[in-house]
Design a protein around this ligand. Structure first.
Ligand SMILES: C[S@@+](CC[C@H](N)C(=O)[O-])C[C@H]1O[C@@H](n2cnc3c(N)ncnc32)[C@H](O)[C@@H]1O
Length: 255
């Protein structure tokens, strides 16, 4: 596997270019086209897409984590790798004016894009912060629900991300994440290809390892709510899939 900084640089470079290509309106309504090498987008309901600022919907996600997060008015939500902000804006509607949504992304152009979208949509209950999901710019035990859409596979150290999610959640808080996972060993020709890492392929963890790391971080009631297998790079003993899982931080946390 490539070193941490090489991964971070190549992911930032890819998503910086995606955000800049969509300027000045962030993105066109038909999406960014080549954002993914895998064509792994999983659709939102049409009324959801129509409800967010046009530039927020970049076609970069692989699920709809907000729809499984059971968000309630007044809750505080954190979105890891918020991109143009689509899931933040969907969450903002659900938690309402008494609630609050924080989006974190390490790519400056994406944060700028999301802030423009928030301004154009008149969202006063959303804040976009520049930062890495392995070291979240968020205080401990302050979040009711963490969501994330097609981002954790891009991180060099997934275990650290899950521990950070655990740290920022309130006791009893939940985590609804859509992500790409591998079923079987990733072919060696793909594994060290940085372009494919940034395209949500090479960094995918084996599904069982992914679930194990979530459990080792301290989560309980881990449940896969949706799973879609892709044909991209499929062989007899390997495939990629998008999973959406929900997990809870225990109310009486042990660590
Ligand atoms: C595939 S896009 C998904 C964007 C958004 N979640 C969506 O569904 O439209 C991945 C996003 O995660 C951000 N990202 C990737 N790795 C990250 C990391 N380690 N820390 C913070 N942000 C990261 C990228 O800058 C990019 O905006």
């Amino acid at each position: 596997m490539a070193d941490r900084q090489t991964i971070i640089n190549s992911v930032k470079s890819k998503y910086g270019a995606v955000a800049r290509a969509s300027a000045p309106s962030c993105c066109n309504p038909s999406g960014c086209g080549d954002c993914q090498t895998t064509d792994i987008s999983v659709g939102y309901a049409t009324d959801e897409l129509n409800s967010v600022p046009k530039g927020a919907s970049m076609g970069l996600g692989c699920g709809n984590p907000t729809s499984f997060a059971d968000l309630k008015p007044g809750e505080v939500v954190l979105d890891l790798g918020s991109g143009g902000g689509i899931d933040c804006f969907l969450a903002a509607k659900k938690v309402g004016e008494r609630g609050f949504v924080i989006g974190v992304d390490m790519t400056e152009a994406m944060i700028e894009c999301a802030r423009q979208n928030a301004a154009s949509g008149g969202y006063s209950n959303v804040d976009f912060r520049l930062g890495e999901i392995e070291e979240l710019p968020v205080e401990a035990s302050t979040i009711d629900a963490v969501i994330s859409n097609c981002v954790i596979n891009l991180a060099p150290d997934k275990s650290r991300v899950f521990r950070e999610v655990y740290r920022v959640l309130k006791p009893g808080g939940r985590f609804s994440v859509s992500d790409v996972v591998a079923k079987g060993p990733i072919p060696s020709t793909v594994k060290n290809d940085m372009e494919r890492w940034a395209g949500c392929v090479s960094g995918a963890l084996d599904k069982n390892d992914y679930l194990r790391l979530v459990q080792e971080a301290g989560f309980e009631r881990i449940e896969i709510r949706s799973e879609v297998e892709y044909d991209y790079q499929r062989t007899a003993d390997f495939s990629l899939a998008s999973v959406t899982l929900v997990a809870y931080k225990p109310i009486n946390e042990k660590h």
